[in-house]
Structure formats: C-alpha cells, structure tokens
Design a binder for this molecule. Sequence first.
Ligand SMILES: [Zn+2]
Ligand SMILES: [Zn+2]
Length: 247
Amino acid sequence: MTLEQFKNQWFVTSTYFRQSARSCLYPPTCAMCGCASDTQLDLCTECHDALPHNSSACSQCALPLDGTSDKTLCGQCLNSTHSFDKTFSLFQYSNPIDHFIQSLKFNGKLRFANLLGNLLADALSDRPPESLPELIIPVPLHSSRQRERGFNQAVEIARPVSRALNIPLNYSGCIRSRPTIAQSTLNKSERRSNIRGAFAVKRKINIKNVAILDDVITTGQTVNELARTLKQHGVQNIEAWSIARAE
Ligand SMILES: [Zn+2]
Ligand SMILES: [Zn+2]
C-alpha cells in the first residue's frame, strides 16, 4: 500500500468510525424526513417508496423510457452499439438522489454511500445468484482527483454492494491513467475525446462477467470507455451499475 492509499484509507476509516459511532448511539434516522427510521437504513419505508425509481428504462443504457411503451431499447441504443452489454440504474438523477450523491462527493457524507449502496444491493438481490457478475469494478478516479477528495465515491458505494451480494470488489486492478475534465462541463463530442484512453488495466483480470459501478451515468461514455478497456483485456460480459441515471 502506498502512503497515498494509506492516507485515503485512514480518511475513510476514521470518517466511517465517527459516523458509525453516531449511529450506534442513536437509532437510524431517515435522511429525508428526519424521523426515526423503521428500517435498518437511514431511510424510512414511506420516504423510500417516494424515491424516483428508474423503473421503466432502456435495458442497455438505462435511459428512462416512456412507461406506456413496450420498447426495451431507447432510440440511441437501437442505432448504436456500446462496449457494455446492459445497465441497471436504480434511480433517476433527481431530488433527493442528486442531493445524496452531491453530499457524498463534495461534502464527504459517507453515510450516503452506505445508504445508496445498500439500496442498490437490495434491488439487485432479486436476481438469481447465477445471473450476477463475478466481480465488481468501481469506476476509478485519477490519483490527483482521489487525493483531493480523499476517497472514491464509486468504491465507497461498491463496498456495501459487494458485502450484501457476496461479489468480490476489485478497486486497484484498473486505474484512470490520466486526469480528465469533468464530463458534465463538456458537450457530446468533447466528452468522447476527453475520456478516450483514460483507463488502464494494471493486473490481469481472469473473469468473464464483470459489473462496472459508478455513482451516476450521464451519457454513458465513461462506463463505455472503461468497458472497452476491460474487453480488450479479455472480459466478455459487462454490466454497468449505477445509483442514478441522468438524462
Ligand atoms: Zn422518511
Ligand atoms: Zn439506451
């Protein structure tokens, strides 16, 4: 472990410790309504049911579809191919999910990684175990971004998913080898060139079925580029998992 990885791990561990100590002293409190939660998570049943679930979505890229149609692919996926094979995004990127994710990323509120990861795992636990991937790879951040933030939100969301579904997590075998500009600030063609060649596989991945995990999928170009890189290294089937899908 490098000094940088040690510092990041220490930041995450100490923050978890403080946040866990608080939750031992006090019962789970709903992150939305502030009431004592009637579940094991920081979310009560009523507020959970009101979340913007992405229930009618394109099976390949998870773009929300008109719920009245029996289409399974969006227009874009009918006309183009991706390096990932399918996508599961639990929520639409709207209130309060956008607030949870921003609080996690920009204010270090790691309790939201635990909450969102457990919600994702719970939704995926309906699937037969044999249909689940054999490995989870969180989308890596460049070391400079990770140093600045202190943690990678995709890794922190992936931890409870890995634990709950009993799927190993690999967060060091693949790196973001060069810094990229935040995709949200670029137009479509700039996003493609910004992310092209941004990932590198450091250690051989002898696994056929992999899930890439990210907090939010917007155009899908980041997960597509990571999937392209992984397929060049022998991975055969790639699912993209995210907490939210933005349009
Ligand atoms: Zn509530
Ligand atoms: Zn699609």
